[in-house]
Write a protein that binds this ligand. Sequence first.
Ligand SMILES: Cc1cc2nc3c(=O)[nH]c(=O)nc-3n(C[C@H](O)[C@H](O)[C@H](O)COP(=O)(O)O)c2cc1C
Length: 323
Amino acid sequence: MKIGNLEFETPVFLAPMAGVTDMAYRIIAHDMGCPLCYAEMVSVQGIHFRNDKTLSMLHTEPRERPIAMQLFGPDEKGVAEAASYVEKLGTADILDFNMGCPAPKIVKNGEGSALMRNPEKAEKILRAARSAVTLPFTVKMRKGWDDAHVNVVEMAKRAEQAGVDAVTVHGRTREQFYSGRADWDIIAEVKRAVNIPVIANGDVRSFEDLDAIRERTGADGVMIGRAAQGNPWIFRRLTHYWKTGEKLPGPTMQERADMILRHLDLLLEFKGDYIGPREMRKHATWYTRGLPHGAELRKFFHQAETKEDFLRILEKFFYMETK
Ligand SMILES: Cc1cc2nc3c(=O)[nH]c(=O)nc-3n(C[C@H](O)[C@H](O)[C@H](O)COP(=O)(O)O)c2cc1C
């Protein structure tokens, strides 16, 4: 599939996830074959006020390119200004706009999924951002606000008219947050309604899901969120499967242990000795999901404060298991 001038042979993308798809994880996912990673959503207000933390989120490294940067904001002026700022930084290859975040504090500001309730406003924002940048510009939306207001087909058409290059659809309403099953049939409806590429999102975890969502929706690409937490191998496996039909095995214990250390090293490099290990706790827990001694491992990981702590835990559990 193509997004603007960028072509993807095996379009299995990493979904934007706040608190997860930072530079460390994106580099890992990229190395595992993910052809396009979406960064964590970034506030246009934070960019406007040149907030240090916000600006640090716009940093990327050449080794993770191409990369998509996602913005969220409530108004056309702010979004256009922020989009232009990011384009000038030169750190992103695609700009994406968030119309899906269900968090109350975001919705309260008229941002994220709140825009699903305000189609005219949303279209104005998309038009303004589109004309502010030359980079490929995409949008990610939900099925609608709630079951009584399912309007993603209309919204995707508006996005297309606004000149957006591709649309990602997460097949849940705002009211559902992350519960229930994602509705893949609504994604199929969007695909039939627009001519721009459609990326299908929601509940893809396996080879079978990949086949099913492609067949059911006809979508051009697929985006993986939660199933990629602690599981960057999913990109190697699903892209290889897309290309060849062959099912590669999952990671060995040794590969998991090595990946935890690699991830930790990247977090130490980018976030330092204090924040790095603390952010690694949740990732380490995800990397070891479903393994023996899970509860015990989680307890130890949650107390880890240094690289040595992680090494000790891995030594104790992983290498013991593999010997
Ligand atoms: C921890 C977490 C953070 C998320 N942050 C974002 C975000 O910043 N921007 C966004 O558009 N979606 C965000 N999402 C939604 C995901 O991109 C994705 O649409 C959703 O998880 C459904 O896909 P999945 O079933 O593959 O997880 C987030 C989801 C999770 C679980």
